[in-house]
Design a protein. Structure first.
Length: 377
């Protein structure tokens, strides 16, 4: 069977490596997505264990259209009774980029009518639409004249891990945080610090990686659990097999923030994730902190939306100075959407990546803080 895992821009390669490591076949990278092949056990495992996917789709039909009527005709030919009953509810998420449809929602209405009319002819009854809590979530993707109709096996986006009790004003997306950690090459063999941890996303995602905790462990349900062919025993085997891999973290993971309120939120989230013994949290100012030689530092500093320009410039200047003087021998990763303030860091990045935190385009930079001078005598 073919599946499509959706992700954030810039994390496609990381996700493809995750899927390959899980045993996926024919892994192919696309824009903000990775397609792969496998069986239902793999579909369950990917939902439960993947760290950098937003959702996992199972395509059930691919076809081309020349008009709106073609969408209705082809949609009516799908054997919808394989996936749902007339008493079930469904919802359609349309993603449309086609000259045939001037309005995205219209394509969704056409497919809705095709599904309803199919069941009316078969049973005299029709399933109802429930946008809030559907039994079946259907993804309708149209690019020019190519249509792909898929079932969403996740429903609730996978970045909603289930451990977040509260959040700060601008939290880092969990999938983005995990993607940055995997992209960085940190492999739970070096100390990790987030000195501006906010609600604790970086430390928590790092601890989940270090302890080999499946990120789906805290979720209440996945969309595939409502499918007609859901295999409870198979899913329980997937859960049991992967939960048995959980270990104690081999490294120290630290989080700190200058805000006591943020630390309270971080502590609540860490406790919910069961990571109190893995993550150490404290209130402190970044400029007063020191790092272990050879450790990793991850930072998501304020972007400037709630600070004056001179304040944000001073903050980024302090970040550069502190990294240079207090973090010798460390590898630092910084993500921000404030490209103007980055020049105040005053350090030359070793690597740069473009990523997105929600709708915000961000830049991720790697700084190698050498011990002493980099120049040879």
């Amino acid at each position: 069977m073919r599946f499509i895992a959706k992700t954030l821009y810039g994390l496609e390669k990381v996700l493809s490596e995750e899927l390959t490591g899980m045993g996926a076949g024919k892994v192919q990278i696309a824009n903000r997505a990775v397609s792969f092949e496998g069986d239902m056990a793999l579909l369950y495992k990917v939902n439960y264990c993947v760290r950098t996917a937003l959702s996992v789709l199972m395509p059930i039909a691919d076809f081309r259209i020349r008009s709106k009527e073609d969408l209705y005709k082809a949609g009516s030919k799908i054997e919808w009774d394989r996936f749902m009953d007339p008493d079930d509810t469904f919802s359609i998420v349309p993603v449309i980029n086609s000259p045939h449809f001037g309005h995205t929602g219209y394509a969704g209405l056409i497919l809705k009518d095709a599904i309803a009319d199919t069941f009316r002819k078969l049973t005299g009854r029709r399933p109802s639409v429930d946008a809030d809590d559907p039994r079946l979530l259907i993804n309708l993707h149209i690019s020019n004249d190519l249509v792909t109709i898929s079932l969403d096996s996740s429903v609730v986006p996978l970045f909603k891990r289930g451990y977040r009790q509260e959040q700060t004003v601008a939290p880092l997306n969990e999938v983005l945080a995990a993607g940055i950690l995997l992209l960085s090459g940190w492999n739970a063999e070096s100390t990790l610090t987030d000195p501006m941890c906010g609600s604790g996303t970086f430390p928590i995602e790092a601890a989940l990686i270090a302890c080999k905790v499946p990120p789906g462990k805290f979720r209440k349900y996945f969309g595939f659990q409502r499918w007609r062919d859901f295999d409870e025993d198979l899913f329980q085997n997937v859960i049991h097999e992967n939960n048995n891999k959980i270990v104690t973290s081999p490294v120290k993971i630290f989080g700190s923030d200058i805000s006591p309120e943020a630390l309270l939120i971080a502590k609540a989230n860490v406790a919910k994730a069961g990571l109190n013994d893995t993550i150490s949290l404290e209130v402190s100012d970044f400029k007063d902190r020191q790092s272990d030689e050879g450790g990793f530092v991850f930072m998501n500093p304020p972007y400037g939306q709630r600070l004056q320009p001179e304040e944000i410039d001073a903050l980024y200047g302090m970040i550069g100075s502190t990294l240079k003087h207090n973090y010798s021998g460390s590898t630092a990763w910084l993500i921000t959407s404030n490209k103007e303030s980055l020049k105040h860091v005053g350090l030359k990045p070793k690597e740069k990546y473009i990523l997105f935190n929600g709708a915000l385009e961000c830049i991720l930079l790697k700084y190698e803080m050498y011990s002493g001078s980099k120049k040879k005598p």
